[in-house]
Write a protein that binds this ligand. Sequence first.
Ligand code: FES
Length: 81
Amino acid sequence: MKEQTEVVICLGSSCFARGNKQMVQIIKKFLEDNNLMHKIKFRGKHCFGNCENGPSIMIGQKRFEHLDPESVLVILERELL
Ligand code: FES
């Protein structure tokens, strides 16, 4: 895993209403539980411009779409651990 990886969550209204509100807490807890808070920059951003494929997050340059609370954890484990 690279240092200073950035995780960006879409907080635009569509993604937010369809699950990213809860996903903020899920991602935060994942980063805390895995002691990654000092290595990963986690921030929110307004609409990624691809609402129909949301809820979305980005990890580095990769975008992940159609997420739910289970799939986001699988992706975080695969990309960050
Ligand atoms: S609200 Fe997330 S892509 Fe538009």
